[in-house]
Write a protein that binds this ligand. Sequence first.
Ligand code: ADP
Length: 626
Amino acid sequence: MEKKPFQAESKRLLEMMINSIYSHREIFLRELISNASDAIDKIYYRALADTTLNFDKDDYFIKVSVDKENRILTISDTGIGMTQKELEENLGVIAQSGSLNFKTANEAKDGYDIIGQFGVGFYSAFMVADTVTVVTRALAGDGAYRWESSGVDGYTIEPAQKDAVGTDIILKIKQNTEDDNYDDYLDEYRLRSIIKKYSDFIRYPIKMDVTRSKAKEGSDSEFEEYKEEETINSMVPIWRKNKNELTDEDYENFYMEKHYGFDKPLSHIHISVDGAVRYNAILYIPERTPFDYYTKEYEKGLELYSNGVLIMNKCADLLPDYYSFVKGMVDSEDLSLNISREILQQDRQLQLIAKNIKSKITSQLQRLLKDDREKYETFYKAFGMQLKYGVYSDFGANKDVLQDLLMFYSSKEKKLVTLDEYVSRMPEDQKYIYYAAGESYDRIDKLPQTELVSEKGYEILYFIEDVDEFAIRVLMSYKEKEFKSVSSADLGIEPDEAKDESDMDATENQALFEEMKKILGDKVKDVRVSKRLKNHPVCLAADGEISVEMEKVLQAMPNSQNIKAEKVLEINTHHDVFASLRSAFQSDKEKLSLYTNLLYNQALLIEGLPISDPVDFTNDICKIMV
Ligand code: ADP
């Protein structure tokens, strides 16, 4: 029989599984049972839509059987099965989502990371088995087929004998080695506890023949063993259980089982509401940003159950966009099973649930921020940007909810601080909340524009994400303190003597500045004396609504309209360079033009803006050298 090769990525994953030294190999059973349960679900859904199909609950179950002698473990289900084509498509290649994630996991050497963080599905069987055989008959019905593989060199598919619709996954369990005991996966007791641990709430019975003993007939002291089929799982979904009965590990297992994420959840919320609307929910805040989170491929949403039955995989209406990172499920008795997506959106019950969930997430985040700062910062690093988008979008409609959850890096504390922390330690004479925008904390540290504000001893918030300044513009103020960019025209800092002096300079030097403005043309709106510079000779400031940082962001957007900041070149009249400018103004106009262009280009570079002609710029530098 012809052996077919695995698709490249599948092969690589398979290699990892086969050579895995992963300590939680037992999860293969969770993966296979979860597939079996999905397969039964598929029949169930079909029956919902197709009245000719009768779904009798008693006919649907999963069975785990052991043949210790021959080292065979079989996981059977009465689910939808696979056609020949599906066998090929499903088990010859990794599921699409898996293959994308796999790119980053490729670097993991021993496979630990990939298995720990990723759902690996069917292939995990190769962690414990030398040979995996799948015998399946699809409901759609083109007979039964056997898929078999003993590892990376490929798989075979051939017609097989199987009367009932469903799938048997047959594992030839590996021999023990010096380091590894595979007998565990043939041990009734161990298997039971693995099923209990990971798959207790599966909606269909997971049956197993268990060994019991009873007194021999006519004897009190002699016992004999017999086998009896038992349902191992309680089938009570975790969300219906009492919170007190559940451990953090149970919630983590549920998260893994459901493949909500490939990380561990950072925090969970278990909600049971029995009021105007009744529902249970388990929500998770993931620890890490999903690889596609900030792309348009990412779909937000919670699983939606109606009285224990899944009716939608990703119900987007349950989550506001700014909490799109939340994973989990909602189960409500008050929702109809056959509710369509269109009707769902207008469903009052659902709207109530969504509102309720939103406030629960907000309080959970507030609690984390207050009681577990470290965790909150982990969360914020992963998803803080989304909260800022939330402030910015919908014309600021949600800013009241979100503003207290924001954090920015502080020039003084050298770490993330909240707006409340900032405002509560503002000196009395400080009028504004100051911020500086730039590419990185280091770059902002060196921004000339921060000099005066820093010298006054005021704290500055550093904005390094594109959305920051836009979000702040929408917020406008926090606790009645307005936000102020260190580059804005008026810093609101009371004049001291030094400033008076520079005002004098301003009038005195008016002619010089006018000349410089003429040289620069419409590249700048104005040339002015700077009130904020201490050690640097020049900087750029912006008049009007658009800051220089915002200009950068807007220019980088696709279809950007040519929106520009109104740039003002500010000159430090206390700097030695200024004396050179003045003397050039008096005696050498060509030199003045050279200096002006140089200073302007320097200011652009400091801002991280491109200079329009780097060759001119370097030629200019050479001119002053010779
Ligand atoms: P995932 O479950 O994440 O999609 P798997 O590698 O576990 O990835 O399985 C791949 C596909 O194979 C499944 O999506 C499903 O279509 C099919 N499959 C696996 N096990 C079964 C089963 N017991 N019955 C029917 N189909 C199955």
